[in-house]
Design a binder for this molecule. Sequence first.
Ligand code: FE2
Length: 390
Amino acid sequence: MSPDRSRAPELRKFVAPEIVFGVGARRLAGRYAANLRAERVLLVTDPGVIAAGWAADLQRSLEDVGIAYSCFSQISPNPRAEEMMLGSEQYRLAGCDVIVAIGGGSVVDCAKGIGIVSSNRRHILEFEGVDNVTEPMPPVICIPTTGGTSADVSQFVIVSDRAFRTKRAIISKSVVPDISLVDPETLTTMDPFLTACTGMDALVHAVEAFVSNAHSPLTDVHALEAIRLIYPNLAASVRAPTDVALRTPVMLGSLEAGLAFSNASLGAVHAMAHSVGGYLDLPHGECNALLLRHVAAFNYRSASERYEQVGLAMGLDLRGMSGSRKRAAILRALDALRAELGVTGTLASRGVSGSDVSELAEHALRDACLVTNPRSANRRDLEVLYEEAL
Ligand SMILES: [Fe+2]
């Protein structure tokens, strides 16, 4: 590619934690905690991860190196501000000095929220927005157990604010964990619907990062590779849940999508999904899955070449097609994946009614993810998109 000398190059940064990827990575948690000179760990997890046996694995890993821990597991599927405040109180009272989180995005987001509050001693909701976290968190080690949210590598913390029935985004370099131990084996206990929803979340991360106004060559390479890994393997991993050979590309794709969106940010799918997920307390990945094709159809004319590359990464043969046929083929491929995964609902079937649309659009309009959407969307645009997804 020849350089474009007509304009000054834009500055782009790329932030990532230390990452260990591969089967068995989770067993390194104790050794990494010891390297950080941990004396007492706050072990953050949730009841589902405990039942699956992954938390016990982590306890053994800490016991093997003689590190004490205090366990915090009172975490809802969409982690709430109060839970982060409660966890930070436990961190303080137990005299912890390192946080180790094992679980899905809710657990990791909660662990990061606990870290923010523990260092900054203010209410978690005061940090909403971009770059409002001044003091660094204590050391945080994450072990993700879903192939989706990538909170273990990202600059995002999403907090459910039940008082306003919405979600708040905290975006800061300070909330990138120190170490992420990404172990595909942990995905084998996810049920089909959770696999489908978290996998769709990861795919949406890749697509939104790739078409984002803040994308860069550093994020593009990860976004496209994530799509190449997730699109052909996700449905197969739903059908064969214990097959680690299928879980591995989905987990790697999720990780790469996380690196991409953490640094390129997201778009209207996430702005709208945060709004509807916070309003009705619905699974994040499912909200994304129900909105993706509608937002892609809306955005297409502003980023058609980028969407064509998304289509090629999904394995579509777009040669010889007109622009409108390419657009139709790409939207069809997104619909086909959702159908194959069995995520067949609509917003209406999940409890959204026409009278909610105005408030949902109002919340989405204020979400930080909307800023980087390739096509600017006003309140009416968002209302129409919600109506289309009903
Ligand atoms: Fe997401």
